[in-house]
Structures are given as C-alpha cells and as structure tokens.
Ligand binder design. Sequence first.
Ligand code: GLA
Length: 378
Amino acid sequence: MNKIFAVPLLLISIFLSCKTQVEVKQTMDKKLFGKLADGSEVYIYTLANKSGMEAKIINYGAAVVSLTAPDKNGKLADVVLGYDSLDGYANDKSYFGAIVGRYGNRIADGKFKLDGKEYQLTINDGANHLHGGLKGYNKVLWNETEIAKTGDGASLTLSYESKDGEQGYPGNLKLTVKYTLTNNNELKIEYNAVTDKPTVLNPTHHSYFNLTGDPEKTILDHELMIDADNTTPVAKGLIPTGKFASVANTPMDFRKPTKIGARIDENYDQLKLGLGYDHNWVLNKHQESLPKVLSVYEPVSGRVMEMYTDQPGVQFYSGNFLDGTVKGKNGIMYKHRTGFCLEAQHYPDSPNHPEFPSTKLEPGQVYKQTTIYKFSAR
Ligand code: GLA
C-alpha cells in the first residue's frame, strides 16, 4: 500500500480501537469473583450508566451484588444488601439479590396437579416449598449469554437450563434473564422462558433494598405506596387462603404513601402471621404497557425507587427474618428490618388456586416478564 495512505489508516484504526475499548470499559467490566467448591469460576459483571450508577451482578444465582443510586445531592450509595465474597452467596439463606425460581414464593406442601398428574416438589420452608426448593435458581451457576451496549444502556444476559425433574418440576426449562442498567437510572429485568413439557413458572428478583445507603439503619422510615386495593390473605405457613381481602382500614393499606414502620407492629392477624409484612398485594394495574405499580421514598437521602411491571402481584417483605446473624458487605451484620424486598410475581401457591391468574407454561408458549426498578431523588 502507498505509504501516504498507510500511515493515516493506521492512526485511524488505532484511534478507533482505543475508543471502542474506552466505551466498553465505561459500561461493562467482567472480573473473576471466586470459585465454587467444584472449581467452576464465578464472574462479577459491572454495568455502569451515563450518570455514574453501577450495578454489579454475578453469574451465581444471577444475583445483584450491589447497585448504586444518587441521593438528592447526587451522591451515589449502594442501596442493596449482599455479601463481599462468593462464600456469602454459596451459604446464603436469605436470597440476597438473586433470581428465584422455578416458582418464586410458596407452594403448599410442595404439591400441585397439572393436567391430572400430581407433582411433589422438594420441601424447604416448614411443610412447604419456597423459592424453587432446596437448590433453586439462586444456588446455580448461570451461563453468560450476551454482554451488550444498546441504545437503552449496558446489559448482561444470563441463562439457565433447568432439567426435567429438577426439584420435582416437570419439563426441561430454558430461562434467560437480561439485566439492563439504562441511562434513565433504571435496573430493567427481562425474563424469557420455554419448556418441553407443561410446567409451572413464577421467577422473581429478590434484592433487599435500603435507600438510606446505610444498611445499619432500618427501613422503617421509608414511605411506601402500592397501587393495590386487595391482598391475598394468608393462613399459617404464609399460604394464601384463596380469598381476596380489601386493604381499606387495615395496616395493609399503602394506597397513599405511608411509612413502612407506621403500623408494622400492630395487633393485626396478617402481620402476626408474617412477623411483619410478608404478603402478596394484588396490583390494580398490570398490563404489558408496564404501569407504575409502587414507589418508595426515603426522606433523609431523598432517594426514590419506583417499580414498573407486567406481573399481577408483588410480594412485599419487610426483612423480618434478618436478625443480626448474617455478615454482609463491609462486615456489617444485617439487623432486623434493615432491608425490604419488592418481588414482582404471580400470587403465591397459584398452581393450587384455579381462581388466581395461571402460572402454567406449555410447550410452544414463550414466558415473558419485564420488571423495572427506577431510581431518582427529590
Ligand atoms: C420471601 C418470602 C419470605 C422469606 C424471604 C427470604 O420474601 O416471602 O417469607 O422467605 O423471601 O427470607
């Protein structure tokens, strides 16, 4: 090639390759997080957006390890609970940051019937099946399917192939979860699944949020609004009775922003059964258009989190089982009610309640869910 052209071409290509590397680095980073007992490597991925928010996700349990969000002065702080190392996640009993499944929430006695056949799932919560059983999707290694930078933001897609019979569920299920940290300060979670036999499916995301940015503080002063007129009340073991109950004139009414702690210790049967809030709210709006279904405001930092989803329900759990015995990030022992979960999902125990929206997935159908946690401050 003529030297006159070769030199500028070389310079242009060096410039382009540097530019690409810098852009990728700003939005996505991948590092070894640790090794499991069998030697398999677990990676931690960092997604960053234009305003400096960062989401760190591992491919073990597809768990969100940290998520920073700005306060009213623009100061970023980590707003989710989690662990510093893989050991924490491997031994975790709280589902910190994970994707839970195949069925998030409870199935009574771990039993259900599908097309006339009875299935027995593993039991891991008293007499019941919870969050996918003894080894749910929070305890498995997911595959990295795609790392991408789209117009929407940086994204990480993880996938898991759950075998026919795993934890008692019928059908080989292929599930993908795509996390996107958008430039609109949203953590967007998109689920996709197919099966080769009829099965039931209800995956959800289990981050514990504390919008103060200081997990040594409780979440009781956070103001919560849930756009729901009803809950599905529970009996012992937190299994729904099958009825719907109006929230009006009860401590379950969050239709107007109310402090989580305002009524949590009232002498109310549902709160006694849940040891606080641990119930399913029947969302008034649930459409594919992703309506806003709830918001949380933390008055000191000014942080706001809104949730948008196409799911019919949300499990609001106020961290009642945290008891100061779990050592989290930075050596902090997570005390009672220092994190809350807002798990977009179908109602608990739906396979045993034909009156609830169905969680059945058949071969040929594609399961889809989108849930967005959006952050701002005021
Ligand atoms: C869910 C359940 C709770 C509890 C937590 C994890 O939110 O509803 O009862 O099991 O997960 O501790």
